[in-house]
Design a protein around this ligand. Structure first.
Ligand code: NIG
Ligand code: FE
Length: 420
């Protein structure tokens, strides 16, 4: 093979966790090299195979050669489920829960999601950008190059649109790819209490057409739950999303089993998220339609849930498992993807390669990005992270010390940490 075009950057003396083998392995290439051209991965392999393409340090076809000194490269990390844009916080509810109130009791008493709705409605775009930027910066410094952000704390047309626009503006502030999901059906706003159908009329007939015409979302999500929307109501939103060909995601079987994952499978949804109460028939339906299961260990931990997601059955049916922060003020005020890796292993008993797949190749799959992100492969976006670690399992094993030494997004170095 000869070089078809010049390489902008060549990383040598690196080990690669390509994540091209799903959760089965890290897809390791030891003593490897990786080349970038035009923002894409142009070549990767054993360094010993590099000589066929590259004649050494003076090869003028390569602009920049970086000696990785034995560090590991993974795909840039993907947080495929967040609610990063919101006003206020819910530390008061945290205190109430410590005094014995449950998440559902607080929600039913007018707290929970709708209290964040009030704060989000009051906040200006600038205020929302500033607070979300702090959270996004934390993820970015941990090696995250792609983040999904949901609306769902506006719950009226103007404020849902405001949230989605703010989510989009964040991409001008930080070199992170943002995918936006419209979650108008997150909770019933107080002004529509006892009138869910009238609210869903607004979601389907007013909000969604605006979101589509202004190109503000890549997917549609619904919180299908006793304190959210029923199966029948969820179906209405899915039907509306289908009209506009928007991919579907669902908050499903988080607190009870309503069958939302199976319903979503009938709509060829991308993913079903949370799923602590998912059963075997739901898993079979997800497998059949090629859905991804998104595990959210932060919410499991923060709510002190005891029902574990059905990991063994998901493995048995080979449903891909993504892992995400679910960063939000109510159930997962946690903006740490490394901690999610650790929790996925300690709480859910994922293997480290399953957990890493959850925030790389399967995180990409949950966003419909399997063909461009989440793997080290030729032609994929050059979103890559360099880590000062001796083995990939270290990323799951410890957190709090950040071993990220470089972050590259679309071929451009966007972070460098000499001390890592
Ligand atoms: O993913 N489950 C519903 N939505 C969020 C929680 C939102 C909130 O409590 O503010 C979640 O857990
Ligand atoms: Fe969520």
């Amino acid at each position: 093979m000869t070089l078809s075009k010049d390489w902008q950057t060549l990383y040598i003396n690196v080990n690669l966790a390509t994540m091209t083998d799903g959760a089965n392995s890290y897809g390791e290439i030891i003593n490897g090299a990786l080349a970038i051209s035009d923002g894409k991965i142009a070549w990767l392999g054993k360094q010993s195979d590099l000589s066929a393409h590259f004649s050494g340090k003076n090869d003028s076809r390569v602009v920049d050669i970086i000696d990785g000194k034995g560090q590991w490269i993974t795909p840039g990390l993907i947080d495929c489920h967040t609610h990063l844009v919101y006003g206020g916080n819910r530390a008061n509810e945290f205190e109430m829960r410590l005094q014995g109130k449950s998440y559902q009791e607080i929600a039913n008493a007018g707290g929970g999601i709708v209290s964040t709705v009030s704060a989000t409605r009051k906040a200006s775009e600038e205020e929302l950008i500033a607070s979300a930027l702090l959270r996004l910066t934390a993820l970015h410094h941990q090696g995250v190059t792609t983040v999904e952000i949901k609306s769902g704390y506006g719950l009226d047309t103007e404020n849902e649109i405001k949230m989605l626009k703010v989510a989009g503006f964040l991409a001008n502030e930080l070199p992170v790819t943002i995918k936006r999901t419209f979650l108008g059906a997150h909770a019933l706003p107080t002004e529509y209490k006892d009138n869910a159908d009238a609210y869903l009329d607004i979601v389907c007939d007013e909000m969604l057409p605006r979101v589509v015409s202004e190109k503000l979302a890549d997917a549609v999500d619904v919180f299908c739950e006793g304190i959210g929307f029923s199966l029948e109501q969820t179906k209405r939103v899915f039907d509306a999303a289908k009209i506009y060909n928007l991919p579907i995601k669902v908050h499903a079987e988080q607190l009870s089993n309503l069958g939302a994952s199976e319903l979503a499978a009938n709509y060829d949804a991308l993913s079903s998220d949370h799923i602590e109460f998912l059963d075997e028939s739901g898993i079979k339906a997800m497998k059949k339609s090629g859905m991804t299961a998104v595990l959210l260990p932060g919410a499991f931990y923060f709510l002190r849930e005891t029902q574990l997601p059905p990991i063994e059955l998901l493995r048995k049916y080979q449903v891909p498992m993504a892992v995400a922060t679910d960063a939000n003020p109510g159930t997962s005020p946690i903006h740490n993807i490394h901690l999610m890796l650790n929790m996925a292993c300690t709480l859910f008993r994922l293997t480290p390669s399953e957990a890493l797949a959850g925030i790389t190749c399967y995180g990409a799959k949950a966003l419909g990005l399997s063909e461009s992100k989440g793997q080290l492969a030729v032609g994929y976006d050059a979103d890559i992270a360099l880590w000062n670690i001796e083995q990939p399992a270290e990323l799951c094993y410890q957190f709090g010390v950040n071993p990220l030494s470089r972050l590259i997004q679309n071929g451009q170095q966007v972070l460098m940490n000499e001390s890592a």
